[in-house]
Structure formats: structure tokens, C-alpha cells
Design a protein around this ligand. Sequence first.
Ligand code: HEC
Ligand code: HEC
Length: 446
Amino acid sequence: MRLRLTLIAAILLLCPGATRPPGLPGPVTDEDYRPVDQAEARLGRLLFYDRILSGNRNIACATCHNPAFATGDGLSLGLGEGAVGLGPARHVAPEDMPEQRIPRNTPPLFNLGARDVTLLFDDGRIAEDASRPSGLRTPLDDSLVTGFHSVLAAQPMFPILSPDEMAGHNLENDVSAAVHEGLITVPGGALDILAGRVAAIPAYRQAFAAINPAIAAGRKIAFADIANALAAFVSLEWRADRSPFDAFLRGQAPLPPDAEAGMRLFYGPAGCSACHSGKFQTDQKFHAMGEPQFGPGEAGRFETNSRDLGRMRVTHDPADAYAFRTPSLRNVTATGPWGHTGAFSDLAKFLGHHTHPATGMEGYDIANATLPAFPEAKKDDLQILKSPDDVAAIAAAARGQPSVNLTAGETAEIIAFLASLRDRASIGGRLGVPDEVPSGLPVDRK
Ligand code: HEC
Ligand code: HEC
């Protein structure tokens, strides 16, 4: 296999002007994105960086999704409400200890305004669904999902209502108390309380009135207005389509030779484009790749195990066990640690595992992760790693996946290709980090 791969790559390289590999996407264009209202996006920017949307006013979207860490947090598993610091320096503090780590790696937010993005989260639990009255399928009852303009706008209520991420725990604040009592969308519920907090700040009230005639005429600001503004911001801010690979696809510039060789492997014998297909290198489908799992998992509220069954949590179909969405690879060389738990902080090591999915967690060493110390966590981080049955189940789910042997040189070429998917300007964002936000609360910046 190894020899064959090298040979094919060599033949392709020796033939300048060799045909474009099949499966190579066309160039990204404006038509690939949903239209964005600039003024709404500018308002969304302030909300994204404002801790006002968290129960205890101590964490913003930007705490976990920060441009200094390529719209992630640089950690394998993040620390939510109660923790302090940014990026790999984030840590728990004894005064307000979180209960557990966030169960999955914080994903980057590039190109989520693309029309192709029809589902979100590693398990796709929010998705466009034309058969529903709201046009969306989410874990919440349909009657609760109203007024959101897109799948991206339906997303913010999940971190905002999560006690570990933004709401806080039990009765410690008005939002967490409402969540605790199950008062979410009712008048006076958690979403109403947050909308009220925002509406109480004149600068926000004016900005919403300026973009929305109904609000200008006296309608109350609703949570959906806030969510739609956040979605407009994310769509505009982190559109990433000016990488060297984009220039190559537009016929503007050749790729460096090593990246071109990597591209030919990616869209050829290495088989990557079987799943990482389309303009954003994702088929938006779910595959079990045997990724190591640790941390608290996504078990139900009263379950004590630390399992994360991935897509099966949404479909309840055992064939979907441990399957996770194929992520986009835009800017991927900047978005480590990699995998849905961030199991690998080194991209070459990640690919070594990823090209042999069926070995599962065999030989995995937690030292590959980037995890701030948290001995007080409610669950043992290593529960799954220490359970032979769970380890075997994760490997078994990945048994049908193709295994590819890459030489160190070929891995380096694939990484050079992945580096060509980096749009440097997009990482910092088009509008950038605001100097201050209307609540006056501190803004997370490095
Ligand atoms: C405590 C850290 C944390 C905070 C705070 C946070 N997020 Fe996230 N975000 C995550 C994690 C972890 C996931 C992945 C969850 C999953 O897949 O189950 C995620 C997923 C997402 C996604 C889906 C991305 C995709 O490709 O599927 C979007 C969009 C997003 N967050 C936006 C936001 C916005 C907007 C806010 C503020 C309202 C926010 N996040 C607050 C950690 C955080
Ligand atoms: C069978 C489908 C499939 C194939 C083939 C495949 N991938 Fe993936 N890839 C995935 C899935 C699914 C994930 C997410 C896995 C997880 O975290 O559990 C992923 C994750 C990744 C990531 C990590 C992204 C991140 O943000 O954490 C990289 C990098 C990657 N793949 C590159 C490649 C390369 C390079 C190849 C070819 C050598 C390849 N993939 C082949 C499905 C595939």
C-alpha cells in the first residue's frame, strides 16, 4: 500500500499539468453564503463578546470561541462557567468551581454562514428539516423553536441554557434558577430574562430598533432577535474563502509543490475526500473514526457513565454509535487540539490515528491531550479509557473504515495541503474584537 501510494503520487507529480483530481471542488463564491445584514452583524459582534448573556455575567461566547485561538479555546475539552482565563491558560478557581469539563472539543466557527451548512454540532442535533413547522429539528419541542432565521440562529440557546457552559448552576442567579425549574421559553423564563437584560441597556435597545422596524415601533426585544444577530455576526466575521487553496481553485496562483502533492493524495489515494468532500471539505455526514474519548461524556443527566455515543444520541440507531460529523477542514492547521475530544495536540499524530480508525483507543496516551488540571471534577476524566468494554466498543464501531498507510513524507505533504486551507485574514475576523461592549463587562482578548 505504502509503495503504491508513493508511486501514484510520484507519477502525478512528474506530469505537470496532470488532470485535476476528481472530487476537487469548484471555487467558493458569494452565492455559497446566505446574505448577511451588516448592521445586524455589527450588533451581533457586541453580543458575542458580552458576558451579559451568561447567568453569572462571567463568560461570553468569545471566552470559548476566541479569535486568538482560531475561534476555539486551544484546549482538548474546555472549561465553562466559573473557570477563569483564556485559551490553554484557562483554569478552575476554588471560589466558583465548575462541576465538570465541557464534554466535547470547542469547534471552530468558520464558514457557518454557508448555505451548505444544514446541521450543527458534532452529533447534528440541530438541523434544517423542511418537514417541521419551524423548518428546524432541535432537541427542544417545536413550539419552542420560533423566530430563528437559520440553523445557526437556533444554536445560541444551547450554550446559553447549559448550566456548565453559560447559565450557571441551580439557584445561583436568575437565569440558572429559571433553567433549574424548567422555565425556558415561557414569559419570565430564562430566555426572557436574558432578553430583558439586553433590552435594559440603551445602546442595545437603540441598535435593535435601528435594524428592526417592529422593535422601533415598540415590540419587546425577544431572545430570537439576539440569536439572529449572533448568527449574522458569526456568518460575516469568520467567512474563510481566501486561502492559497481558494486562490488555486480560482486559477489565480499555483499551490506550493508540497501542498499540491498533498492535495493529490487528499483527493486521490489517501481517500480523505470520500468524507471531506465539497467546497468546505465536509460531507456533513457521520462516521465512527475510533477517536479516543475521555472527560465527562454526553451521558444523560442521571447516568453516571462517561460515554459519548455521538450521532446515536440523536437517532437512537445503534448503527450510529460513536459516529461524529465530518468537520470542515478550513483553517484546520490552526484549530488544534484535533478530534471531537481534542485527543491529539499534534496534527501528524492525529492523522496517524485517523488513517487507522479501527485501532480505536489502543495505545492512546492522555498526554497527547491539552487539559488543564481539574482533580475536583465530578467524574474521572479517564473513566472510558480505563474501561476495556468501552474501548472495545469504540474500536468495533470503526472497524469498517478504510485504513491507509502514509509515509512520514506523505503525511507532511497532506499537512502542507491542509495548511493551504488557511485563510490568515479570516482567523482574526472581519470586524475583530470590540474594545468594549454595552454592558461594560470585561471583553475576552489575549
Ligand atoms: C463553555 C464554552 C462555550 C461557550 C461559552 C460557547 N460555546 Fe459554542 N461550542 C462549544 C462546544 C464545546 C461546542 C460543540 C458542542 C457539540 O458539538 O456538542 C460548541 C458549538 C458551537 C457551534 C456549532 C459549531 C458547529 O460546527 O457545529 C456554534 C455555532 C457555536 N458553538 C457558537 C456559540 C455562540 C454563539 C455562543 C454564545 C452564545 C457559544 N457558542 C458559547 C463551546 C462553547
Ligand atoms: C470515513 C470518513 C473519513 C475519512 C476517509 C477521513 N476523515 Fe477526517 N474526519 C472524519 C470525521 C468523522 C472526523 C471527526 C472525527 C471525530 O472527532 O470523532 C474527522 C476529523 C478530521 C480532522 C480533525 C478536524 C478537527 O477539527 O478536529 C482532520 C484534520 C481530518 N479529519 C483530516 C483527514 C485527512 C487528511 C484524511 C485522509 C488521510 C481524512 N481526514 C479521512 C471523517 C473522515
